[in-house]
Design a protein around this ligand. Sequence first.
Ligand SMILES: [Ca+2]
Length: 274
Amino acid sequence: MVIPPPESAAIVPDAPTPAPAPEAAPSLSSTYRDPYTGMEFVLVKGGCFKMGDTFGGGDSSEGPRDQETCVGDYYLGKYEVTQGEWSKLMANESKFQKGDRYPVENVSWHQAQEYIDKLKKETGKQYRMPTEAEWEYAARERGKQVRFGTGKDTIGPGEANFCASLDYKKSYSRVGEYRARTMEVGSFAPNALGLYDMSGNVSEWTCSDWWSFYDGSLETSCSAGSGLFRVNRGGCYLSAPGDLRAARRSGCGPGNRFDVLGFRLALPPDQVGK
Ligand SMILES: [Ca+2]
């Protein structure tokens, strides 16, 4: 015979209501392909890293060396924006027009922004350029202490498109072919995140203002329009090896155009799967 417990034992006064199980964060796809342009992206999981000249010997603007910088999750273009992708929305005035897979160059920051605005309208996705911090974090394979956007500490002409002439050799570079022109995007191996040409080919506009110092917030935000220069990163086909370093910074007026300067796009994670 089963004796039921006394009624009082069955009721626990003020029993805490179990908290609902936390909603599992939706898992983000590791890649994304924009259906309008065909542009491919990889997910870069955020984190904190030491930004700047961690190897020493860099420019005074690449510091302070021990600055801890944090970025959230974002998608970043696998490749520099190509002329094929650009031509869907804008007139192509690149110098090296050898095919759709060549990076667009000779575009000002303002023109890149105009392209982004058109792409937003076409796709409904909030595309933007990466911040300076996002660019360097990705070039360094999520903030590793590596010298180049290839994920390596040394560089040669079989790994990136740059000026590999003997005259510009460094202890960390190898001498070889100096092409002096752009190459198709993805002509060399990617870094461990699957990002191509982070060092060399065309240098890349970021959305951040350029100042000759880091203050912890400027490099993690997009320009509000007040700065005279915007940061570009990664060096180009004309650059000496030192200018291909992941920490190397350069700034140009947003209206300037050069045939060494292109860009790649970023996409906030909440824009994928919408
Ligand atoms: Ca590049």
